[in-house]
Design a binder for this molecule. Structure first.
Ligand code: CS2
Length: 478
C-alpha cells in the first residue's frame, strides 16, 4: 500500500503530519526544480506556512524530467522527510499539491504563473545560464532557443520572462521571484538575467516594468541533503507501514534567509522560521564560502585520498585540520559579516560535517564543479589576491578538482557536469604534470579571464596540483 491522501490516516504520531486541511489549501507558489533540496527545504517551510494560511501551497514544475511527477502524483504530492540526527524525526510533507513537467503542459504552467504570488527556484548554478562575469549568456543554446520560441520555454529565465510578460498583459501585479540556489547575489543576478533576456527579445517596455515592479529578493539556503538511498527507503517503509516512492532526507539544521522584499508576508515567513533580513549578502557569502567552499575542497581532495563521504573526509588525519585552517584563517578573512559570530559559525559547520547520522557522498558534492567553483572558491581567491592575502590553501580545492577530472577521464569514470564532454577531453590529455593546469585555466566557462591570467594564481594552483600528485600530505600540512 502506498502513501497518498487516502492512506494518510494510517500514519500515526510520532510521525509528523500536515497540520492543516489539504483540501482547503490553494496554490500560491510555483516552484521550478523540485529536486531533493526543494523538497527538504522550501517545501517544508511552505508546509509550515500552510498551517497559518491556506494559500501557500506549491505547484512544482520540472523543467525537463518526469521522475518527480511520476513518483509524487500517485501519492497526491505527499512524501516523507526524515531529519537525520541522533534521534531521527519523520514527517509527511503536504505542501506540494501538483507536479507538472513543463514541456508536457506549458499552458498549465503559464496558468499557474498567472495565479501565483511567489515563484521559487532550485535549478542549480547551471540553470541560470550565466557567463563567468555573472551576466546572461546570450549564446547559451537554451537561451537562444527561448528567444525564438516564447510559448514553450526551456530555461528558467525564459519561463520567468514570459510569465511576467503575461502578468503585465493581464494587468496583474508581478509575482515575487526567490532564487534558492547557491549563487552569490542570486536575486540580483536572476533579475538582471531576466531583464537582459527581455531586452534581447526586443521587449524594452517589459524590461523596464520588471525593473520597477518585480521583486527578486536574494536568498541564502542551507541544509545538508544527501541523496535518497536504499537505507532511507527501508527506514521510511518500516516506520510508515506504507510505500513512499521518493522519501527525502536532510540534517535537522535548516536555514533560509530571504531579503526583505516580502511586504506584508514578511511576518508569515518569519513565523515559519525564515530569517527576513535587510541584507542577505553577508549570510550568503559566509555560507557559500565557508560551508560550500569547504565541502568542495573536502570532496575533490577527499576523493583523491580514497574517502567516500564527508564524514570519512573529516576523519582523515590531515584533511580535517587543513580545511578547518582554511575556513578559520583564509576564508573568514574574506568575510565582512558583523551579524555573524564567524568562529562560532565555523565550529557549527564543522560539527554538521561530523554528524555520524548523515551519509553524504563526496561524489554527490563533486557534481557540476565547473559551475560551483566560482562561487565557492574563486571569488574568495580573487579577493584575497586583490587584498594581498595568502591563497596557498584556497587553491587546493581548485587543483584537486583538476586532478579529479583528470582521474575520472582517464579511468573512464563519470563526470556529472554540463561541461562533461570538454572536461573529459582535457582530462584525457593530462599526465599529472604541471602542463595540465594551463589546459583547465583556459576554460572561460570556469575561470574569469583576469584570474586565469594572474601569475600568482597560476603558480599557486600548479604547485598544489603537482604536490597533490607527489606528496599530498605535504600540501595539506601547509
Ligand atoms: C553541497 C551542497 O552538493 C553540494 O555541492 O555543497 O548541496 C550543500 O550540502 C548545501 O548547500 C548545504 O546547504
Amino acid at each position: 500500500m502506498r502513501l497518498s491522501s487516502s492512506t494518510l490516516a494510517r500514519v500515526r504520531p510520532p510521525i509528523g503530519l500536515p497540520a492543516y486541511n489539504r483540501e482547503l489549501a490553494r496554490i500560491g507558489v510555483v516552484h521550478f526544480g523540485p529536486g531533493a533540496f526543494h523538497r527538504a527545504h522550501q517545501a517544508w517551510y511552505f508546509d509550515r506556512m500552510l498551517s497559518r494560511r491556506p494559500d501557500m501551497a506549491v505547484c512544482a514544475v520540472s523543467l525537463r524530467t518526469p521522475d518527480v511527477r511520476d513518483a509524487l502524483t500517485p501519492q497526491d504530492g505527499l512524501y516523507t522527510l526524515v531529519e537525520k540526527d541522533a534521534a531521527p524525526a519523520l514527517q509527511v510533507v503536504g505542501s506540494i499539491l501538483q507536479v507538472v513537467v513543463a514541456p508536457e503542459d506549458p499552458a498549465l504552467v503559464f496558468r499557474r504563473l498567472l495565479e501565483a504570488r511567489y515563484v521559487t527556484a532550485t535549478v542549480t548554478e547551471k540553470g541560470y545560464c550565466l557567463t563567468t562575469e555573472g551576466e546572461l549568456d546570450l549564446e547559451h543554446p537554451d537561451i537562444r532557443r527561448d528567444l525564438r520560441r516564447r510559448e514553450h520555454p526551456l530555461s528558467l529565465i525564459g519561463w520567468i520572462a514570459e510569465g511576467l510578460s503575461r502578468r503585465r498583459r493581464h494587468d496583474l501585479p508581478a509575482f515575487t521571484t526567490i532564487s534558492c540556489d547557491n549563487l552569490s547575489d542570486n536575486g540580483l543576478k536572476l533579475r538582471r538575467a531576466v531583464v537582459r533576456f527581455c531586452e534581447a527579445r526586443g521587449d524594452r517596455e517589459l524590461a523596464r516594468w520588471i525593473e520597477s515592479e518585480a521583486p527578486f529578493p536574494s536568498s541564502m539556503v542551507d541544509s545538508i541533503t544527501p541523496a535518497t538511498d536504499a537505507a532511507l527507503r527501508q527506514q521510511v517503509r518500516a516506520a510508515l507501514g506504507l510505500e513512499d516512492a521518493w522519501p527525502i532526507q536532510r540534517e535537522r539544521f535548516v536555514q533560509w534567509v530571504v531579503e526583505d522584499q516580502l511586504g506584508a508576508d514578511a511576518e508569515l515567513f518569519r513565523e515559519a522560521g525564515v530569517t527576513v533580513a535587510s541584507a542577505v549578502a553577508p549570510f550568503e557569502r559566509a555560507k557559500l564560502r565557508l560551508l560550500n567552499g569547504a565541502h568542495s575542497t573536502l570532496a575533490y581532495a577527499g576523493l583523491g585520498m580514497g574517502c567516500e563521504t564527508v564524514f570519512d573526509a573529516m576523519n582523515h588525519p590531515r584533511l580535517a585540520g587543513f580545511v578547518e585552517a582554511m575556513m578559520r584563517e583564509d576564508i573568514a578573512a574574506s568575510l565582512h559579516a558583523p551579524e555573524l559570530d564567524l568562529p562560532d559559525y565555523v565550529t557549527r559547520i564543522l560539527a554538521r560535517f561530523r554528524n555520524p547520522a548523515i551519509v553524504h557522498k563526496l561524489s554527490q558534492i563533486a557534481w557540476d564543479g565547473s559551475q560551483k567553483l566560482r562561487f565557492r572558491l574563486l571569488e574568495t581567491i580573487t579577493e584575497a589576491l586583490a587584498d594581498g592575502r595568502p591563497i596557498g590553501r584556497l587553491v587546493v580545492g581548485v587543483a584537486a578538482w583538476m586532478r579529479f577530472v583528470a582521474h575520472q577521464a582517464r579511468a573512464g569514470g563519470v563526470i556529472v557536469d554540463p561541461l562533461a564532454e570538454v572536461l573529459t577531453g582535457i582530462g584525457r590529455e593530462c599526465d599529472g604534470g604541471k602542463d595540465d593546469v594551463g589546459r583547465f585555466l583556459a576554460l572561460p566557462e570556469v575561470f574569469p579571464a583576469a584570474l586565469a591570467a594572474d601569475e600568482a594564481f597560476r603558480t599557486a594552483v600548479t604547485q598544489a596540483y603537482v604536490g597533490l600528485g607527489s606528496d599530498p600530505d605535504r600540501v595539506l600540512a601547509s
